[in-house]
Unconditional design. Structure first.
Length: 119
């Protein structure tokens, strides 16, 4: 998948938008895919040393499993290592699996329904 493929897929989720919070040249800028409801990021798409990387939020047990299952999945770069994974794009993670991981990341950050008052 290309950088634009990743951005386009992330934008298919309800209320998703792309943000560029860091001062970087646009062609290599880190795209942060966020939810409008809470502004939390669910995918950080970035270039580093000529490779395309993707940071995704992940359930801690699944995060550890994925790191063992795929060589191109590592603890989150510049993120909480328990809750985030970094995927090297073009590695051994198939595109369908990558899309599944993005969807899981989105589900983990999307706003939860408001609790009803008692009574």
């Amino acid at each position: 998948m290309t950088r634009q493929d990743l951005i386009d897929f992330c934008l298919t989720f309800p209320a998703a938008y792309e943000d560029y919070p860091f001062e970087e040249p646009m062609e290599t800028a880190t795209a942060v895919m966020r939810h409008r409801g809470n502004k939390k990021g669910f995918a950080f798409i970035m270039w580093h040393n000529g490779k395309l990387y993707l940071n995704l939020k992940c359930d801690p047990f699944e995060a550890d499993f994925l790191r063992g299952a795929f060589e191109s999945v590592a603890p989150g770069w510049h993120m909480n290592k328990t809750h985030w994974n970094t995927v090297i794009i073009g590695g051994d993670v198939p595109d369908d699996e990558l899309r599944r991981q993005i969807a899981c990341s989105y589900d983990l950050i999307k706003p939860k329904g408001r609790a009803r008052p008692n009574g």
